[in-house]
Design a protein around this ligand. Structure first.
Ligand code: FAD
Ligand code: DHB
Length: 391
């Protein structure tokens, strides 16, 4: 087998890149370790920035998003139960976010793949990358015990945080920067109407909580939990009680309880690997960086990385110029680090840290109160939340 670009991983980064390349007539093969059902069932992101919305429109994959996505021109913060509204649209010249689940984005990307010539190899085991520092890299894998190989011009490592691509960069070249947070998020999905029309990010003495949604009849809620806690510790009733306490009485009265049909705990991490290119390998999305979920940036960064990468590859294949390829890592990292900063900051002001004393807690309260009173502070939050421009 031979192709222009071997893409490792069929998550948002890999599939968006495959569609962008197909649109420009550049051949690619996506190698995915799991099957489609598994990838589509993973419950993850829910909030799309303008950049991601624009990308789906550009690809003509926006029909269901326009129909079912919920356009949010605002969001809310709560401090010990007291809510205040951030008018994202008014503060950013009319920009907004769209609530549309990552699972739905994946479904749209997979459904459109065959007709657009996007080739996906499912259940590719033991993927390994070879010759990345030469002119013709080779990717090998096994399919049902049979050895396979693919020759290509470039490899796009879109295989998430636990993939093989980042590890293919020599340790002498790769620099990694990390913060691990001393807590996780316990998230549930339930088929009950959301408590509010918009999201609510709540800082409470007992810990962080987030009220989100997937549709007018499906709610997504999260509470901050300890890393040692287990799902068995959290029967539905305990979850709803804790959520209501943290959201405060004003919102708790509007929470509809119901059976959680999905419940999971996610650890929180900030992580960046530099550079995002080595020889003929490019990293994109979670393979190169992780943000804590508070800013809703993970999938959106995957979308901006591959927008930059597709631009660079199209330039190379159409005109032979390598400037875009050479500049990819620096360009992507400039946006990544700003999203890292925002996600770290938003996590820091909304969560309860184990070592927190009265001084730190009062600083948090003062910062949130400042945001409530200052349009300048709200504008800074809003422009980061809706997503910084692609520079
Ligand atoms: P992934 O989605 O991890 O995809 C990588 C793919 O590569 C996977 O399909 C994997 O199976 C495959 N793979 C891995 N290893 C190999 C291998 N060796 N060979 C072949 N294939 C391989 N982001 C937001 O933008 N907004 C949000 O609101 C948001 N909320 C979140 C909430 C939660 C609870 C979680 C966990 C995440 C959230 N995120 C959010 C983050 C977002 O889901 C990720 O950033 C996003 O999935 C990254 O996409 P990706 O394609 O880079 O990586
Ligand atoms: C969701 C997840 C987030 O991390 C976030 O900041 C907002 C919403 C969600 O899953 O709906």
């Amino acid at each position: 087998m031979k192709t222009d670009i071997a893409i490792i991983g069929a998550g948002p980064a890999g599939m968006l890149l495959a569609h962008l390349l197909a649109q420009e007539g550049i051949s690619a093969v996506v190698l995915e370790r799991r099957d489609r059902a598994y990838v589509e069932a993973r419950v993850r992101a829910g909030v799309l920035e303008q950049v991601t919305v624009d990308l789906l429109r550009r690809l003509g994959l926006n029909a269901r998003m326009e129909r079912d996505g919920l356009v949010h021109g605002g969001t809310n913060l709560a401090l010990d139960g007291e809510l205040f509204h951030i008018d994202l649209a008014a503060l950013t010249g009319g920009r907004h976010v769209v609530v549309y689940g990552q699972q739905e984005v994946m479904k749209d990307l997979f459904d459109a793949a065959p007709a657009r010539g996007v080739e996906i190899v499912w259940n590719a085991e033991d993927v390994a990358l070879h010759g990345l520092d030469g002119d013709e890299p080779i990717v090998t894998w096994t399919a049902q015990g049979e050895a396979k190989q693919l020759a290509c011009r470039f490899v796009a490592g879109c295989d998430g945080f636990h993939g093989v691509s980042r590890a293919a960069i020599p340790a002498t070249v790769l620099r990694q920067f990390e913060r691990v947070y001393p807590f996780g998020w316990l998230g549930i999905l339930a088929d009950v109407p959301p408590a509010d029309e918009e999201l609510v990010y709540a800082n409470h003495e007992r810990g962080f909580a987030l009220a989100s949604m997937r549709s007018p009849t499906r709610s997504r809620y999260y509470v901050q939990c300890g890393l040692e806690e287990k799902l068995e510790d959290w029967p539905d009733e305990r979850f709803w009680d804790e959520l209501c306490l943290r959201l405060g009485p004003q919102l708790a009265g509007k929470v509809t309880r119901g059976a959680a049909f999905e419940k999971s705990i996610a650890p929180l991490r900030s992580f960046v690997a530099e550079p995002m290119r080595w020889g003929r390998l490019f990293l994109a999305g979670d393979a190169a960086h992780i943000v804590p979920p508070t800013g809703a940036k993970g999938m959106n960064l995957a979308a901006s990385d591959v927008t930059f990468l597709a631009e660079a590859l199209v330039e190379f294949f159409k005109s032979g110029k390598a400037g875009g390829i050479e500049g990819y890592s620096a360009r992507a990292l400039a946006r990544v680090w700003k999203a890292e900063r925002f996600s770290w900051w938003f996590t820091s002001v909304t969560h309860r840290f184990p070592e927190m004393d009265g001084f730190s807690r009062r600083l948090q309260m003062a910062e949130l109160d400042y945001i409530r009173q200052s349009e300048a502070a709200q504008r800074s939050l809003a422009e980061n939340y809706v997503g910084l421009p692609l520079l």
